[in-house]
Design a protein around this ligand. Sequence first.
Ligand SMILES: [Zn+2]
Ligand SMILES: [Zn+2]
Length: 265
Amino acid sequence: MSQATLITRAYDSPQTESRGYCRSCKTTHRLGSRKAIEHCLTLIEQLETQNTINLFGAAPDDQLKTKYLLGPARGKMFGVMHCMQPDGATLLLRAFSGQYNGRWEVRGWVPPLFDIDDFSRINYGVEKQIKTITIEIEQSLPHSDKWLLLREKRRKLSQELMRDIHSLYRLTNFRGETTTLYQSYTGPHGIPTGTGDCCAPKLLNHAAKNNLTPLALAEFYWGRKNRSASRQHGSFYSSCKEKCGPILGFMLCGLDHHDNKYTAT
Ligand SMILES: [Zn+2]
Ligand SMILES: [Zn+2]
């Protein structure tokens, strides 16, 4: 038995599936990882031998080297989805979580859940304002009236910016429904920063919008381990509880009838 087969068997478990509670069906929707893990192993090999995520014909670009993941910025989650086109042929989709070294879009990787121009427009002016205020804070006497006022101003601006950014996200599911982060979110608290930027939502959204049927999805971490050491180089993980759990119920909705057919293969 090949190593890939062994790993695939070991990891085809709840520990590597994508899941979320769906309010309209009142059940947890799940997507297994098995077929996708084999393809993740191929991707890991490509990252290791080519030292770049520029694997699918983007213009040469030093920003895309994997060196970035081994330094202070630390590693990142990557995801692969094995899916089926309407004609029955299978296809692979690949994603990196969040931005890669400042890039939302890289050729051969699925895009984020929002329009990048809208994001840049909203982000640019406010980020500049926040930077200016930060300099003013550093230059004023700690705990003085001015200092407190500036800190409060910065906090409000960041909150507003996050709300405006979150309002740009559009989530499409396999019933053909499209909604916002706010409407799909089932968590008890506010929406955490970075919700919708993980690999699973990017891959599911791209598949749903392009009439592709997901058969399997797997996510692994690659690069220097994160601060809490909860993410280790080359390890597979299920969709995250905090950010993805509350939106994947909506995003996976409409897929269930495919589950039984494919998990056995
Ligand atoms: Zn996540
Ligand atoms: Zn549902």
